[in-house]
Design a protein around this ligand. Structure first.
Ligand code: MRU
Length: 354
């Protein structure tokens, strides 16, 4: 059955109940369960535990979350309001370290407070609500533009490979890497899509395979160690992935395993495209080596799949959630502003690589 997956809300603000509503991504694809998160602790945990995940969606959730925090700050005094707001923003920002969209969205919300000095607290709350909803709407518009630019890079019938989930579920709509797939699908492009399962948490199997197949696309799920085989078979004409942070030199942090896919793509002479909103480009991080890579719990590797443990007790585990793909391996970065393949200088003014 084809579902209109693009109508499915990844996250939303319930203004009446003062709640952030998210689809619990840890339950997909078996259950579409929506959670109503009201407290800062609940929102922090939902981001940390990947109930809401994917760089742009984390930013959207944090913006709505900090607006909800502002509703709970019980003072009419601007200075005290700003102090407590800053404290709440710092707390939410500590939930995950790698996706820059989290601090980017919170900084945007803090700017609203800083510029509203002299206004009443109720007026500031209204401005914050508007900004949070604007961030979410911009995410939708930007993903659509990314998809339109990426469509210039593909032809009908191509085989496309993606890693992790940079899909509708990782954004407010369309996804970044998947926007080209949704827009191409609407045009009848009949892509043949390969989704890496994405160990250890299986975002590719649980989320990408789910959303693209529900949308009626031709999706084949592969284990991560099969990417080389499908490339060698000649089935992949382009790779599209999302990302969590682009360093100033064009190095890109994305889900663990991405750099391996890029190396394979280079070997087989397949274009490797990274899709991201320009807000994911972080000029304050000079190179990929400076990106903070989140380390996650060993149990994600040792205990996730079987009812019983899958590895010896006490085994050393290395479980980085992301890796860095060197810019030399990237054919182009696709943002809402176009397709860029020269990563020498990023202009903060034009938001483009020049
Ligand atoms: O740990 P996750 O599931 O949040 O990792 C997500 C990714 O790595 C995505 O590819 C990235 O955030 C881009 S989402 C458009």
């Amino acid at each position: 059955m084809t579902t209109n997956i693009l109508d499915m809300e990844t996250l939303a603000l319930d203004e009446e109940e003062h709640a952030l509503v998210i689809i619990d991504q840890t339950k997909l694809p078996n259950k579409a369960e929506y959670l109503r998160l009201k407290t800062q602790g609940e929102i922090w945990t939902a981001i940390r535990e990947l109930q809401v995940r994917g760089a742009p969606a984390i930013g959207d959730a944090a913006a709505i979350g900090i607006y909800l925090a502002a509703l709970e700050i019980d003072t009419d005094d601007y200075g005290e309001f700003a102090r407590q707001f800053h404290e709440a923003a710092d707390y939410l920002n500590s939930s995950r370290p790698t996706a820059v969209n989290l601090s980017w969205a919170l900084n945007r919300m803090e700017k609203i407070v800083q510029e509203a000095k002299g206004k009443s607290v109720p007026e500031i709350r209204t401005l914050l609500r508007d900004e949070a909803l604007r961030i979410k709407q911009e995410d939708i518009d930007i993903c659509k533009k990314i998809g339109e630019h990426a469509l210039t890079l593909v032809k009908p019938g191509m085989g496309l490979l993606t890693h992790c989930n940079a899909g509708q579920l990782a954004t407010a709509k369309y996804g970044t890497a998947t926007a080209v797939m949704y827009l191409g699908h609407q045009k009848g492009y009949n892509f043949k899509i390969y989704a890496d399962e994405t160990r250890p948490l299986l975002q590719g199997a649980r989320l990408t395979a789910y959303e693209l197949s529900a949308a009626g696309m031709d999706v084949t799920l592969i284990c991560d160690n099969m990417a080389s085989t499908v490339m060698k078979n000649g089935w992949i004409h382009a790779v599209f992935v999302g990302c969590d942070r682009v360093a100033a030199n064009g190095d890109v942090a994305n889900k663990i395993g991405t750099s391996g896919v890029a190396i394979l793509a280079k070997h087989y002479d397949i274009p490797f495209y990274v899709c991201a909103p320009s807000s994911t480009i972080d000029l304050s991080t000079p190179t990929g080596a400076d990106i903070h890579i989140e380390q996650r719990a060993p149990e994600e590797v040792t205990d996730m799949w079987y009812k019983e443990r899958m590895a010896p007790e006490g085994i050393n585990v290395y479980n980085p959630a992301f890796d860095v793909t060197d810019h030399e391996l990237i054919t182009a970065i696709v943002t809402e502003n176009g397709v860029f393949n020269n990563f020498t200088v990023f202009s903060a003014e034009t938001k483009t690589f020049i």
